[in-house]
Design a protein around this ligand. Structure first.
Ligand code: ADP
Ligand code: GLC
Length: 485
């Protein structure tokens, strides 16, 4: 089976969040399946993989219409294991400091950037003669690909048998633009109807995918249900999703168990596995406390956060609760995003320099050290399509403290019985509930046997991609078969 993955980010080439971890991992996992051939298309942003890769030019250039202009696309390529990675190049669109935005907000031409990318993927695949059985698209940035396949490219024999599968990673970001975007994308006004491309008088890239993709998936079973039946989760897409309920599947993400392995993690002060976690984690905790200038005290519970600073993550709730726990706990927060939240965490750290450390950055190395050195990992999300951080923290023996939503609900088990629990959960991102569970954690921490039992449960969890990758491949086959008819 020939699989083309189109995405706006993939680790280790470009990353702003979990989307990149997932697209990168899936490309690798699919490519190791018998009979699968995988190509991954990405935009060529500034500084691919921090300079660790040197993509080589791949052939000539081709023109992509954007409105009434023609924009030039060139391609470059790296071989990444069995995956051929193609970068779509156009410096005007992609050679910028950020992937989607600056601190001031989204790039104003994001519609043009991802129209260009989506069409260039379809033209690029032809250019290299890769005729996919399935195109797997991710989030709104590639939402127009399924729509192009069923409109402008419907009569293109190259794609006559190509199916599309669209994965929703976060429905809170939809790519909504005014109706002029329709012309920039080259669609016909005939398709500008509410059952196709129109969305409240404008164009919505995610909705276009939900309408036109052969199958739709999202990244956990609970989120699949939340977005269909609960407006506060569906962000206006509930109706469209329910219309496609028979074609919508929730497949839980995995984590890359090679990248996230406390036994071999070179960022850690000392590696550890299930048998040796107590000594290993103690060494990692001490090193983390030292690096961040915190009090080096093994008896204080160290609470870690590695996150985008965004309303989604509920960290404003942690911020309000944390001040009351600085006598028994330490907080280490690594997070980039919302400037208000960033200032507030900075102020909390300044007020309690030995108990709270805050780093406003995207820092791969420090992230690993926090997963390794923390006792608990706080993630009180308002919604969470899947969440990878809670799975990573469990693998590193740091007990997640989460809300019962989306993938958090599907992965963190907490019923008050240590033997059946691998973390802690509250119902909502609510300050009172968070205070109460943190209070419980403070008392439980003294009961080392129970605590260690939970750590073991967490570390024993199966977070590998195996089962989920199989589920995707099954769906790819179904989608491809439908196109053969
Ligand atoms: P989301 O995709 O919503 O941001 P996930 O939990 O799915 O949340 O994935 C987040 C990924 O990004 C994890 O790999 C996490 O370690 C990483 N990450 C988030 N913020 C940072 C940061 N400031 N520095 C380093 N890594 C980060
Ligand atoms: C999104 C979601 C997150 C999910 C990730 C990967 O960024 O916010 O919950 O884990 O995508 O699917």
């Amino acid at each position: 089976m020939k699989i083309l993955i189109a995405a706006s980010e993939a680790f280790p080439f470009c990353k702003t969040g979990g989307l990149a971890d997932v697209t990168g991992a899936l490309a690798q996992v699919f490519s190791r399946t018998d009979g699968a051939e995988v190509v991954l298309f990405l935009p060529r942003y500034r500084n691919v993989g921090g300079g660790a890769f040197s993509p080589k030019a791949a052939g000539g250039s081709f023109l992509i219409p954007v409105g009434n202009r023609m924009e030039t696309a060139t391609m470059s390529r790296v071989q990444w294991g069995k995956v051929a990675v193609y970068f779509i190049e156009n410096p005007k669109f992609f050679d910028r400091p950020g992937l989607y935005r600056t601190a001031q907000g989204d790039y104003e031409d994001n519609d043009e950037r991802f129209i260009f990318f989506s069409r260039a993927v379809l033209e690029g695949a032809k250019f290299i003669g890769f005729k996919p059985d399935v195109i797997h698209c991710h989030d709104w940035q590639t939402g127009l690909v399924p729509a192009y396949l069923r409109t402008l490219y419907r009569i293109d024999s190259f794609y006559a048998k190509t199916a599309s599968v669209f994965t929703i990673h976060n429905i809170a970001y939809q790519g909504m633009f005014p109706k002029e975007t329709l012309l920039k994308a080259g669609f016909s006004w005939l398709d500008f109807t509410p059952d196709k491309l129109e969305y409240y008088g404008g164009v919505n890239f995610m909705k276009s995918a939900l309408v036109f993709a052969d199958l739709v998936t999202t990244v956990s079973p609970t989120y699949a249900s939340e977005i269909q039946f609960r407006p506060e989760f569906g962000h206006g897409m509930e109706g469209v999703l329910r219309h496609r309920t028979a074609d919508l599947f929730g497949i839980l993400n995995g984590i890359d168990e090679e990248i996230w392995d406390p036994a071999t993690d070179t960022f850690l002060e000392r590696g550890y596995e299930l048998k040796s976690f107590q000594r290993g984690k103690a060494a990692c905790k001490k090193a983390l406390q030292k690096e961040l200038g915190l009090e080096e005290n093994k008896d204080l519970i160290l609470a870690g956060v590695v996150s985008r600073l965004d309303r989604q993550k509920g960290l404003d709730v942690l911020l309000r609760a944390a001040g009351d726990f600085t006598d028994k706990m330490q907080f280490v927060v690594l997070g980039a995003g919302d400037p208000g939240l960033s200032d507030a965490f900075g102020a909390l750290a300044a007020a309690h320099p030995k108990r709270v450390a805050f780093r406003a950055a995207f820092d791969e190395a420090l992230a690993h050290k926090i997963y390794g050195g923390s006792d608990i990992f706080v993630m009180p999300s308002r919604f969470e399509p899947c969440g990878l951080s809670q799975m990573i923290s469990m693998r590193y023996g740091s007990l997640p403290v989460v809300t019962r939503t989306g993938g958090l609900k599907d992965t963190v088990l907490y019923n008050g019985e240590p033997k059946d629990s691998n973390g802690f959960a509250i119902d909502y991102a609510d300050e009172g509930q968070l205070r109460s569970v943190l209070g419980h954690i403070v008392s439980l921490y003294g009961w080392r046997e129970n605590w260690n039992m939970m750590v073991r449960n967490a570390m024993k969890g199966d977070f590998a991609w195996g089962k989920s990758a199989e589920a995707y491949l099954k769906l790819f086959n179904i989608a491809a078969q439908r196109r053969q008819l």
